[in-house]
Design a protein around this ligand. Structure first.
Ligand code: 5GP
Ligand code: ZN
Length: 114
């Protein structure tokens, strides 16, 4: 997708500190971290929003969650706890229209969501 910042990171056109990747998923730190650990878990396929995820692609979310769990362990936040978030669409607070999961942790997060 030509004008998509995450597609550019996936293509290596924008450098990032890749924390994990396989054939389907890549993970890199958020450029504006909201917590000591803030990593974005992103499918390599351009899917704009969670709402556009087709039934045949839905297993991808489980794989992204597995990557989040694995990164939480390697980042040392697994035991204390962490949050995974997917923002969807304008009122959901989505800013980059390429599906992604936020992994946040390393401090006490507010119980207030939104
Ligand atoms: P959203 O609000 O769409 O759920 O989250 C998009 C996230 O992408 C934001 O937290 C923002 O800081 C992050 N972001 C935007 N542009 C870039 C970039 O070029 N590189 C990285 N690593 N993160 C980005
Ligand atoms: Zn994209």
């Amino acid at each position: 997708m030509a004008d998509c910042v995450f597609c550019k990171i996936i293509a290596g056109e924008i450098p990032s500190n890749i924390r994990y990747q396989n054939d389907k998923i890549i993970a890199f730190p958020d450029i504006h971290p909201l917590a000591p650990v803030h990593i974005l878990i992103v499918p390599k396929q351009h899917i704009a929003t969670l709402a556009e995820l087709s039934e045949k692609e839905s297993l991808l979310i489980g794989e992204m969650a597995q990557v989040a769990n694995q990164l939480a362990k390697s980042e040392g936040i697994s035991e204390k706890g962490y949050r995974v978030v997917i923002n969807c669409g304008k009122q959901g607070g989505q800013g980059v229209y390429h599906l992604h999961m936020h992994l946040l942790g390393g401090r006490q997060l507010s119980s207030a969501l939104g």
